[in-house]
Design a protein around this ligand. Structure first.
Ligand SMILES: Cc1cc2nc3c(=O)[nH]c(=O)nc-3n(C[C@H](O)[C@H](O)[C@H](O)COP(=O)(O)OP(=O)(O)OC[C@H]3O[C@@H](n4cnc5c(N)ncnc54)[C@H](O)[C@@H]3O)c2cc1C
Length: 407
């Protein structure tokens, strides 16, 4: 019997396994992944890996023989089909079962499918896995017309990488401008223009109606009033958390698997981590589910510590980054809930920070090529929910030293 069973083979699972080993040198640890490849990093898939700058070795999370040395029993192509929470067993697709004392549920998310006619044509791809990146890489290149449906972070990163590979890229976005959840039209226009300068074409307020093709192969994306020709279509319209197994096992599920601050689910011997969890955020005092690398890494390790007997509560200010051409973006905090925006610096400088406030307190920031030394102060202000509305003049002026302003 494995003392610990981990369901999933992503970052949260990998960090969980490493931490469990750190906490217990002897325990049997089994990691069950439905993927064919050992755990790898997803962020480079749409960036360095797609462009061919990094190889598989570089994005593999456990290098060389680390898993064997740590005696982590990684099983690939091992999809878990059911969890019997009362009986403490997990059943795999091949019919075998594995018993556990404690289980870490780290199943992440899967792409949200777009129910469009023609979505099954050759040349239409979603983007989440290494296999997706390989498939796109195999066809991307000079002269290829690529249409990306959805201008989220990943859609825009894909656009930048495909342009660098020589493709002619068009991005279709249903909203009036990109990233409209957290940018106003002026800021979004700036990001768009920076991408357009590099050759990306954006079509906003466009809702695709069908993917067109001939002889089983894609030829375009149709929308009301027109069609964008395409040899390659990438759909990036978000993910859904893989909660079904947890739900069937009787765990509490509500926009993710519900956990407490210790990453413990509604069953005391099952913990969860990563993109799949709905957790109580201590800073914003509400439940959240985030899809961030840093959160998956942190919660994988945190859940494992608590599975091994500790009682450490969640204490992370969530953050995410993105790289688009020469723009490095850093986001921290809760950007979905604000009533005021302020700009530190100016768009003309090419380096600025968007500040998000609620009730005068700093909730989040999004920086574009801003100096990292400022992040620490901003993060402290968010963590402490400091009211900054009375210091907006200084905050807006990039020349003002933040440490001095909030000493
Ligand atoms: C292309 C891309 C770019 C990204 N870029 C950034 C970025 O720049 N910055 C950032 O902060 N975040 C980024 N992210 C998000 C970040 O990668 C995720 O938040 C993180 O990978 C989540 O890790 P996870 O382990 O929770 O889930 P996942 O990575 O989804 O891993 C879950 C694993 O569990 C497996 N699994 C699911 N169900 C079962 C089952 N029943 N049995 C067995 N195995 C199962 C899945 O196949 C998968 O291997 C990006 C994501 C993608 C896809």
């Amino acid at each position: 019997m494995a003392k610990y069973v981990i369901v999933g083979g992503g970052l949260a699972a990998q960090r969980g396994a490493e931490q469990l080993r750190r906490g217990d040198a002897e325990a049997e640890i089994a990691m069950l992944s439905e993927e064919a490849t050992p755990p790898y990093d997803r962020p480079p898939l749409s960036k360095e890996y797609l462009r061919g700058d990094w190889d598989l070795e570089r994005i593999t999370l456990a290098k060389g023989d680390t898993l064997a040395e740590q005696r982590i029993d990684l099983r690939l192509d091992a999809r878990v089909e059911a969890i019997d929470a009362a009986g403490h067993t997990a059943r795999l697709a091949d019919g075998s079962s594995i018993a556990y004392e404690k289980l870490l549920y780290a199943t992440g998310g899967r792409i949200r499918e777009l129910p469009l006619p023609g979505a099954d044509l050759t040349g239409v791809h979603y983007f989440r896995t290494l296999a997706d990146a390989e498939a796109i890489k195999a066809v991307a290149g000079p002269g290829i017309r690529a249409v990306i449906i959805g201008a989220g972070f990943i859609g825009v990163e894909l656009a930048a990488s495909l342009v660098k590979l020589g493709c002619q890229v068009t991005v279709l976005e249903v909203a009036g401008y990109i990233w409209s959840r957290f940018l106003d039209e002026e800021l979004a226009g700036y990001i768009q223009r920076r991408c357009e300068d590099q050759g990306v074409r954006f079509m906003t307020s466009v809702s695709p109606t069908a993917i067109t093709g001939a002889a089983g192969k894609v030829s375009g994306v149709a929308y009301a009033g027109g069609e964008a020709p395409a040899d390659l279509v990438c759909i990036g319209v978000g993910i859904l958390p893989n909660v079904e197994l947890a739900q069937a096992a009787g765990l509490r599920v509500e926009n993710g698997v519900v956990v407490d601050e210790f990453m413990q689910t509604s069953h005391p011997d099952i913990y969860a981590a990563g993109d799949v969890v709905n957790y109580p955020d201590p800073i914003f005092k509400k439940r959240r589910r985030v899809e961030h690398w840093g959160h998956a890494e942190y919660t994988g390790a945190l859940a494992a510590q608590n599975m091994a007997g500790e009682r450490k509560p969640y204490d992370l200010l969530s953050y995410v980054w993105s790289d688009v051409f020469d723009m490095h973006l850093e986001f921290a905090g809760e950007e979905k809930d604000f009533d005021q925006m302020a700009l530190r610096g100016s768009l003309a400088d090419g380096a600025f920070t968007v500040l998000y406030l609620k009730g005068g307190a700093l909730q989040a920031y999004l920086s574009v090529n801003a100096p990292p030394r400022e992040f620490r102060v901003l993060q402290r202000l968010i963590r402490e929910q400091t009211v900054v509305a009375d210091k907006l003049e200084g905050l807006r002026d990039r020349a003002t030293d933040l440490r001095g302003l909030f000493s």
